[in-house]
Design a protein around this ligand. Sequence first.
Ligand code: RB5
Length: 154
Amino acid sequence: MSRNRIAIGSDHAGLELKNFIKDILIQRGIEPVDFGTHEESSVDYPDFGEQVSFAVSRGEVDRGILICGTGLGMSIVANKFPGIRATLCHDEYTARMSRLHNDSNILVMGGRVIEREVALKILVAWLETPFEGGRHSRRLDKILKIEKRVNNDL
Ligand code: RB5
């Protein structure tokens, strides 16, 4: 999958890390589509999580990145959307595994819990690691079926 357009979003607690991530994406030739927030004043993370998740779910961008204070709220929001596999990553290992085994399409990080150096390692691993497929495809298919059953589509 192309990684040329990545939607990004945060609340106030993730703003600083979002801006850092945005610069790194640009340096790597990836276009960030920034849904905000753009100011330090207190906002509600679901408003930004919704916009990014919607863009990824509808295929308007290739993937998404969401950041709030802990990453927990954004994860909860993003995983409500069809086809979204949002993964909260705290280190390089979980970021790599989120791609290899879970085919993560939204990376979630906690701006108040990780240092920039770690965030950079997470980002690079998530951007560069391919999905392994095989038995993991079968498991993702099962998740898709669960999603459809829950939505009464099956
Ligand atoms: C904001 O204070 C904080 O609750 C939010 O950034 C996030 O951590 C929620 O899960």
